[in-house]
Design a protein around this ligand. Structure first.
Ligand SMILES: NC(=O)c1ccc[n+]([C@@H]2O[C@H](COP(=O)([O-])OP(=O)(O)OC[C@H]3O[C@@H](n4cnc5c(N)ncnc54)[C@H](OP(=O)(O)O)[C@@H]3O)[C@@H](O)[C@H]2O)c1
Length: 189
């Protein structure tokens, strides 16, 4: 069981523009085909976590409250924790738990729910950083997009040096460079 941050990023290390647009990602030629790797990745995932901006993007962009079957098609029954201090709407029929508990407590719940499958941290970057702060991040898998944004939502705003990161895989998927790093968990006290 591993806790994995899996995401697309711009070449200069942003998840989204400052106004939370992902248009730059989907307009890359071959982006849909490159996404096909997601199915294989999802097969090994037993629980998901994301921050509220990411969740609200999914709600709005995919019209999920009105079309909840889309969530089922993508994520099926996988339990999903959405970190927020607000009372967010839950997609009908989806196992979504809005929480403001600490990442250690939530991670323990995710491990119990995932069984021997992995945990997918979808982002954003600071939330993944909170998991790393707690020594709970095992792997980073990034799909680098041929785009620079000059600013926006950062990929992983933490100071993680090469003594903790090991490149384990390099793969080209069309215009995307897919890199995987094992993360030596941060030692916490
Ligand atoms: N390129 C990609 O593939 C990809 C992947 C993931 C995300 N994205 C995009 O990247 C952007 C990320 O947005 P973001 O940087 O704002 O990150 P985010 O993690 O999606 O959302 C941050 C918000 O989550 C809540 N939160 C974070 N930690 C919390 C905690 N410990 N307890 C309770 N609530 C907590 C807070 O909001 P409240 O408490 O106010 O609700 C915080 O402002 C979004 O536009 C998303 O769509 C892109």
């Amino acid at each position: 069981m591993a806790t994995i941050y899996y995401t697309a990023t711009s070449l200069d290390g942003y998840l989204a523009t400052a106004d939370n647009s992902l248009d730059w990602l989907f307009e890359v030629p071959g982006a849909t085909e490159a996404e096909s790797g997601l199915d294989g990745f999802l097969a090994g995932i037993g629980a998901l976590a994301m921050g509220s901006t990411t969740y609200e993007w999914v709600l709005q962009h995919e019209n999920m409250l009105a079309e909840p079957h889309k969530w089922q098609e993508w994520y099926a029954e996988r339990p999903t924790w959405v970190f927020s201090h607000r009372d967010l709407p839950v997609i009908p029929g989806a196992d979504i738990r809005v929480t403001s508990d600490g990442v250690r407590e939530v991670h323990a719940q995710m491990v119990a729910a995932a069984g021997d499958r992995d945990i997918w941290l979808m982002g954003g970057g600071d939330l993944v950083g909170q998991f790393d702060d707690a020594g709970l991040l095992d792997r980073v898998m990034v799909s680098i997009t041929p785009v620079t944004l000059g600013g926006g939502a950062p990929l992983l705003p933490r100071d993680i040096r090469s003594d903790r990161l090991t490149l384990t895989s390099v793969h080209q998927a069309g215009q995307f460079a897919e890199l995987a790093y094992d993360v030596k968990p941060k030692v916490t006290t």
